[in-house]
Write a protein that binds this ligand. Structure first.
Ligand SMILES: [Ca+2]
Length: 373
């Protein structure tokens, strides 16, 4: 990593908040004692994402293209029919799954997947969940939004988050092609803000500047974590290059720097200027070197872990850990890391306040975390 030092006064003059971001985390920090007990409740083949229905039933996606409906205790399951064909080669997958905020009334489920073909892209789709554990299907499946332009490569992303004011945020990666993240006419390496029907939301911040009208923020690499905090701030975790993984506070119309700047370097060893060299671009609130490979981000709001409320939990693939990130206004800070001994692909919260994580390999277990007694 190339280090740049700049006079503190310069940073202040440039309008960079002095305490909003944590200095890059370098080196391997010690693991904290786990404040939780862990029990495995189910296992899957390369699971990718999960979601809870309001009554406690779970939806889990598997990379190869299966959507599963599980009983609240994880013991019973059925494969949900009606999922379109998925390109699961490389980083392709049946990706995120999230029920509509008003699911009890409309039974709508949003999901993302990489479509077959080369070049291809990730799409956002929606269907109505019918049936139960005796047999379930998605009816009326409709593609609501398509990443463009089409490319070949990984970094699809495909993460979905709903704001409380009725918008759908969808994060897309730059397909390992770097420059699309800065190109105004495409949506790769961007977070877009859509209506619940998948149309560019009116009033998006960059439409008048010649960007695709859906774009909310840009300059992202592989944004796999996306969640709102209780105050309505949008937090994002993205896989950076070597030593440049990030947690960002996503603000409308802002440029997050990729591939112009990063606190990491290219995997071929070529240096990239650090974020501090370009204070006009949004710097990460937390960055990690060595990489931890963030797969997911949850802002915890449950009752079982009072000390975690309002904080983020980041699942790490190569880091094989769960990282507790304190959110303080517009700032963020790593507070603890918990060794999990497996790649963590997803992290979510159950209606009971328990935390659930999906392991990525060796059986793909779903673990339930409850307070240690
Ligand atoms: Ca960045």
């Amino acid at each position: 990593m190339r280090r740049f030092t700049m006079p503190f006064a310069f940073l202040l003059a440039a309008g960079v908040p002095a305490f909003a971001a944590q200095a890059p985390i370098t080196g391997n920090r010690p693991f904290a004692d786990k404040p939780f007990a862990t029990v495995a409740v189910a296992s899957f083949e390369s699971p990718w994402a999960m979601a809870f229905l309001p009554d406690g039933h779970m939806l889990v996606t598997e990379k190869a293209g299966r959507l599963l409906l599980l009983s609240p205790d994880g013991r019973r399951r059925t494969a949900v029919e009606g999922i379109p064909a998925v390109d699961s080669g490389g980083q392709g997958a049946l990706g995120d799954v999230v029920p509509h905020p008003d699911f009890p009334a409309n039974r709508l489920v949003y999901f993302s997947y990489s479509v077959p073909g080369s070049p291809n892209g990730v799409v956002l789709a929606r269907g109505r969940l019918a049936g139960d554990l005796g047999g379930a299907r998605l009816e009326g499946v409709t593609t609501l939004y398509r990443a463009h332009p089409l490319k070949s490569g990984g970094h699809y992303a495909g993460r979905i988050a709903f704001s409380t004011d009725g918008h759908l945020f969808f994060a897309m990666g730059e397909r390992q092609k770097f420059t699309p993240a800065q190109e105004p006419d495409g949506v790769l390496g961007k977070v877009v803000r859509l209506t619940m029907e998948g149309k560019p939301a009116p009033g998006n911040p960059l439409a008048a500047k010649g960007f695709d009208p859906a774009v909310w923020s840009y300059g992202h690499r592989n944004p796999l974590g996306l969640a709102f905090d209780p105050q309505g701030r949008l937090w994002e975790a993205e896989m950076g290059p070597k030593g440049g993984d990030e947690v960002n506070l996503v603000l409308p119309g802002r440029n997050y720097g990729w591939p112009i700047v990063s606190n990491g370097d290219h995997y071929d060893g070529k240096p990239i200027p650090d974020h501090v060299t370009r204070p006009d671009l949004e710097a990460p609130k937390v960055s990690w070197n060595p990489s931890i490979s963030p797969s997911s981000l949850l802002v915890y709001s449950g009752k079982l872990f009072p000390k975690w409320r309002g904080k983020a939990l980041v699942g790490a693939l190569s880091g094989e850990m769960l990282i507790l990130v304190g959110l303080n206004g517009d700032g963020a800070r790593e507070e603890a890391r918990y060794q999990m001994g497996n790649r963590i692909r997803a992290v979510d919260q159950g209606p009971d306040g328990a935390v659930y994580v999906l392991e990525d390999k060796d059986g793909g277990r779903l673990l339930k975390l409850t307070p240690a007694s």
